[in-house]
Design a protein around this ligand. Structure first.
Ligand code: UD1
Ligand code: CA
Length: 472
């Protein structure tokens, strides 16, 4: 957090519907990089001022927007009717009392960084401006408001005369490449001394915040422009195509950050790594991996292709083979999973434990060095250390009404094709013979065997063949 003597608030404009997305959901709640658009802007703003000094202007589906961002600790201002960006700032007047300056951001311009916001603030203070506009020169300026700078002796200055919206551009003006990013700094006094004079005589019949520029200029206040160093940062989302483009840019930026910090990512363009994901040094992420939500991965791990890991905590030296799906679970140091393991919420895989192919776990703790390597379902189970769970083992945890627990103590050996009808407990170091249906607790050091005795009918097959041949 940077300190200056002047007090700064940040207002984020987020009341609009986002008509061009053709969605029932408010635009700022559409997600990129695993977070709502507005959450990206709030995160950047929080790097510059404390959450108490941040206000989101909300309107369309205000309750949903507020609920989604409540935990960030920012304030909200309700703009009941969305009558334009100028009107939105009029509604913020009360919240801004007591602040010297306000930085204005857009809820639909999500790639903005804290550094750039701080640059706008510092430039604004340095130039002693009433209004500072962050501008850019993207390859295609269509759709944005265009900046018209003042000239002195035939040269452009950093002062701005007016901003013209796309629809109001005259023929030759459309070539003007410098655009308004919709990100500004204002001195609060001059802004509210003049904002009331904005009219609605434009294509949308709205109060445009951009119309305050000539008003400030006429009053002798200074309006200046500052070019963004990276025009990508000020790209806005108005359509689903732009949503996808910005998502890709954000994920490319995330992958680059991780690689610079010591994670290997092969074919990063095929991986989807959410903004909040953390990965340790020398971990290798193979192509086509999705890391979602607040997933945290330790050092020296290898995450092989086609694995989808959501909100998990993975220790160090973990190997996840191809095609695993992990959700809300913990995997401890040195564990090995997959191929094709499915950890459902509440799974806790112990140090050095193995979970193999077509094994599903849910609310289950698998102790240190325990193994469940093939075709198994472990639900609501507490499994100790050094346990071997044979192929095809099933915990029958659900009787159609209630879920109940299976406990397997340290060192137990569960033979293949065992069904454990919960609630049931298998004691320490005991054996369960293959194909047993365990319905009663097994004491320590015992053998549980529950299967029909086998009968061999000598010569049966040979006789059958002879019988069939005669019938033909
Ligand atoms: C605005 C600028 C344009 C600039 C562009 C940059 C104006 C008049 N134009 O146009 O010069 O190039 O941003 O992206 O300001 N909002 C409210 N309340 C309202 C209306 C809008 O909170 O009554 C919010 C929207 O939710 C959005 C932001 O303000 O987050 C910008 O509104 P939008 O309608 O997208 O403006 P643009 O047409 O993109
Ligand atoms: Ca916009």
């Amino acid at each position: 957090m940077t300190k200056t003597s002047a007090t700064f608030a940040i207002v984020i404009l987020a009341a609009g519907k986002g008509t061009r997305l053709k969605s029932r959901r408010p635009k700022v709640l559409h997600g990129i990089g695993g977070r709502p658009l507005l959450a990206h802007v709030v995160a950047a703003a929080s790097k510059v001022v404390p959450a108490d000094n941040i206000f989101a202007i909300i309107g369309y589906e205000a309750d949903k927007v507020r609920a989604a961002l409540e935990s960030s600790g920012i304030g909200f201002v309700l703009q009941r009717e969305q009558r334009g960006t100028g009107h939105a700032m009029m509604e913020a007047a009360e919240a801004l009392k007591g602040f010297d300056h306000v930085l204005v951001l857009s809820g639909d311009v999500p790639l903005i960084t804290g550094e750039t916001i701080a640059r706008v603030r510092d430039f604004h203070l340095g130039r002693g401006a009433a209004m500072t506009i962050l501008t850019a020169e993207p390859t295609d300026p269509t759709g944005y408001g265009r900046i018209f700078r003042k000239t002195a002796d035939g040269n452009q200055t950093d002062e701005v005369a007016r901003i013209v919206e796309q629809k109001a551009l005259r023929n030759n003006e459309a070539e003007q490449r410098e655009i308004n990013s919709g990100i500004y700094a204002f001195a609060v006094g001059p802004l509210y001394a003049h904002i009331g004079k904005i009219g609605t005589d434009n294509a949308h019949g709205e109060y445009y915040l951009t119309d305050v520029v000539p008003l400030l200029d006429k009053a002798g206040e200074k309006v200046v422009a500052l070019r963004a160093e990276d025009s990508n940062e000020v790209l806005g989302v108005n359509t689903r195509m732009e949503l996808a483009e910005l998502d890709a840019k954000l994920r490319a930026r995330k992958a680059r950050e991780l690689m610079l910090a010591g994670t290997t990512i092969f074919r990063p363009e095929t991986c989807d790594i959410d903004e909040d994901v953390e990965i340790g040094t020398d971990t290798v992420i193979e192509p086509c991996v999705q890391l979602i939500g607040k997933t945290k991965i330790g050092a020296d791990c290898r995450i092989r292709s086609y694995s989808v890991i959501s909100n998990c905590e993975i220790g160090d030296k973990v190997l996840i083979r191809p095609g695993c799906m992990l959700e809300d679970s913990i995997v401890r140091d040195g564990a090995e999973l997959g191929p094709y393991s499915h950890l459902r919420p509440g799974s806790d895989i112990g140090e050095g434990a193995h979970v193999g192919n077509f094994v599903e776990t849910k609310k289950t703790r698998l102790g240190k060095r325990s193994k469940a390597n093939h075709l198994t379902y472990l639900g609501d189970a507490e499994i100790g250390e050094g346990v071997n769970v044979g192929a095809g083992t099933i915990t029958c945890n659900y009787d159609g009404t209630n879920k109940t627990k299976t406990i397997i103590d340290d060192g137990a050996f569960i033979g293949s094709d065992t069904t454990l009808v919960a609630p049931v407990r298998v004691g320490r170091n005991s054996y369960v013979a293959a194909a047993t249906c365990v319905t009663e607790d097994v004491p320590e050091d015992a053998l549980a065997i529950g299967r029909a005795p086998q009968a061999n009918k000598e010569g049966w097959a040979k006789e059958r063949r002879a019988r069939v041949k005669k019938q033909k």
